[in-house]
Design a protein around this ligand. Structure first.
Ligand code: A2H
Length: 253
């Protein structure tokens, strides 16, 4: 995190099925709009490998009208930023339709655009910061050590985390390869740095840095439209392609 704005890609994950609790909270409030969780990512080139999405169980999310047809789930903070970036139909205005605690979003079935898994589930992550991005994190366990460590925690302790094991059934898939870490950098680094869980935040920060640098400078795409191309080139192309398809938008903070 240097000086100047972070250029995120806001990935639109359409909700196909809510939990009963969320459904009740939303009843009569959506005006017929489709609802999307909006995940903020700095690695759009990895979206082929999404296996789930993460929210913080204690974070308060809003459901915000983007226009007459769509509503976005994110933090209030992110919605305010979005409206000043022209992402909502009335610039400067925030139209909140409903409020959802993260815990009731868990288990929602959502679309994961560009992923080899078209439909995935929302799962809990301890380290989601309410002050960064949208508060929604799409999970790519092949290339994000945080995502991989969390997914492994959830698989080991489904009952403790109050989740259905079936929601964690999507295995990491190769998205890009690097000389240093092979086809899946996150599992390789988690093993190499002896990371035991999502609680190992210090080692995870080191792993994240190593994975990011190696992927960006030495990575080659293994899947998708830009297979065989350097990550450095594919990064912007995947982003543009997602935006063109209407499944993502530029979001900065
Ligand atoms: B990244 P930076 Cl494959 N709390 O997307 C915690 N983490 C958050 C967040 C929040 N509120 N909002 C976004 N993030 C994550 C993909 C990815 C990401 C890969 C590898 C590394 C990686 C899939 N998850 O991040 O502090 C999001 O995860 C490491 C750079 O602004 C987002 O990009 O640099 C990244 O952290 C933004 O973190």
């Amino acid at each position: 995190e240097g000086i100047g704005p972070q250029e995120y890609t806001g990935v639109k994950m359409e909700v196909i099925e809510w939990s009963a609790a969320a459904q009740k909270a939303l009843e009569g409030k959506l005006g017929g709009r489709k609802v999307y969780l909006v995940a903020a990512t700095l690695r759009p080139e990895t979206m082929y490998g999404q296996t789930n999405c993460f929210v913080g169980t204690a974070i308060n999310y809003g459901v915000f009208a983007a226009n007459d047809k769509e509503a976005y789930v994110c933090t209030q903070r992110a919605a305010r930023n979005m409206t000043f970036q022209g992402i909502f139909d009335v610039r400067g205005q925030v139209n909140q339709l409903a409020e959802l605690e993260g815990s009731v979003i868990i288990g929602a079935k959502i679309k994961a655009p560009f992923s080899v898994y078209p439909e995935v589930y929302v799962l809990p992550m301890d380290n989601v910061l309410p002050t960064k991005g949208t508060g929604v994190v799409t999970s790519v366990p092949s290339d994000s050590p945080d995502d991989y460590a969390t997914l492994m925690d959830l698989r080991k302790k489904a009952e403790y985390y109050k989740i259905d094991p079936a929601w964690t059934a999507f295995d990491p898939v190769p998205v890009l390869s690097t000389p240093a870490y092979g086809e899946m950098s996150a599992p390789a680094l988690v093993k190499q740095l002896k990371i035991a869980s999502q609680k190992d935040v210090k080692q995870l920060a080191d792993a994240k840095e190593l994975a990011y640098k190696e992927g960006f400078y030495n990575g080659t795409m293994s899947v998708g439209e830009f297979k065989g191309e350097p990550v450095q080139e594919a990064k912007g192309k995947v982003r543009t392609s997602m935006i063109k398809d209407g499944v993502a938008f530029a979001y900065a903070e």
